[in-house]
Design a binder for this molecule. Sequence first.
Ligand code: HXC
Length: 513
Amino acid sequence: MNKKLDLLNNKKAEALNGGGPERIAAQHKKGKLTARERLHFLLDENSFEEIGMMVTHRSTDFGMDKEQYLGDGVVTGYGTINNRLVYVYAQDFTVFGGSLSETHAEKICRIMDLAMQNGAPVIGLNDSGGARIQEGVVSLGGYADIFYRNTLASGVIPQLSAIMGPCAGGAVYSPAITDFIFMVENTSYMFVTGPNVVKTVTHEEVSSEELGGAQTHATKSGVTHFACANEIEAIQHLKKVLSYIPQNCEEPAPSLNYQAGNERREKLNTILPENIQQPYDVRTIIDEVIDEQSFMEVHKDYAENIVVGFARLAGKSIGIIANQPAFLAGVLDINSSKKAARFVRFCDCFNIPLLVFEDVPGFLPGTDQEWNAIITNGAKLLFAFSEATVPRITVILRKAYGGAYDVMNSKHIAADMNFAWPSAEIAVMGAKGAAEIIFKKEISTAENPQEKWLEKEKEYSDLFANPYRAAERGFIDEVIEPAETRIKLIKSFKMLENKVVQKPRKKHGNIPL
Ligand code: HXC
């Protein structure tokens, strides 16, 4: 047995050595951790159990049979994060550049199958040169096997992708199907074709970082939800996101112990600016309402006119969607609609109740928006809210104008509770614009048109620039004192805890894409 144990230990040591000390040193020199180091920081101490450590590739072309590394460029297994089970794979760039072979793909698929059968999240740490070039089509098949599983798992178990190196070609589509992407500034990039191909085809000169780095995808494309300063920060963000979400779609969202206290928040009575046109940061209101320091913003630097993220209210996980008056007056446009719709759908998949703070002047007008399909994209958010069956509450803070009033989780699309502050204005549009349209003739023929306009604006404003017309109809359940917002929300979410909705039978809806 001793000899056999020696053999086992030697093989284990060989696998742990990855692509060898030189390649490990090269990895470190680039400011990157190895696959195993990443897992060490990700998982609870001593919780990692590896599966498939001795797997090797089956390729014989190009002398590949003579080049074998145990594990074949990906470390797979399971462990715990804060004592909760997760399945993980970490691509090892020191072995064939972390490239994906047939067996490398099989290892990832096995982890995904186990995760599905046992109802726990899958976390992928990506660092790969893409398809194993020596293997050709079997590698492409391996990718598709993963994409298919990503799709089956979507909405069943949470899937999180950290990009910690190259991720190019069709390889980007696995992370793209998963729920959240975390990227590392300056050492990770994602693109369908790299700078060289771009130069040949479009004659554009662009660096990898500019084309598909973390900042680009966090601000311009919205592909990544988090741009992190380094790998450790990416891992910390990933772990934090996990803390708000359940293990699978059958479980309720996690809840922390909470000691009830005085839930009034006096500051909220004076938090809005005097002038309705003046911007303010809606995050100051979010922070005041939720449990202290519990807000984790998602997609922070993309479509900043809407704020989305996880928070806790009386210890319970919730998802927040809030118009942001500090950016483009909080208007809804293509990108903000897509961003919010995706977040609403994630929360609905995983039983995370939704809280909406509304202060929206409407949809953004213009050819750019129309030609790029604000109609289809705005409809995404409308569709996402309408089909969500988790508890849904809206608080109208100030403006709720036009179609945006309907879209932002209104009573009409089956929100459960709709509150308004006394400062709310629920109308087809702002009083100034409304007066200009409906009193056009009177204003233009008046002795003093400006004075007339102001008079008519006041008339319209007195009639509609308040929440009471909507409250009379029952579109608003209660007009509340801002200081009581937290109290009302805690009670309402508690009241909605056992919400059950029967939906019409169908295969699946056809969300406007
Ligand atoms: C096999 C690969 C590889 C690959 C890298 N290596 N990519 N081996 N298949 N795809 C190997 C290298 O030979 C090298 O081996 C080691 O990994 C490290 O690579 P370097 O080039 O030295 O590293 P670096 O300078 O950091 O450059 C990294 C890189 C570059 C930018 C990723 O390697 C690269 O451009 N690779 C090819 C990328 C690519 O075109 N992939 C196919 C994309 S198409 P040694 O032995 O020297 O350490 C695709 C389709 C997927 O992926 C479709 C899915 C549907």
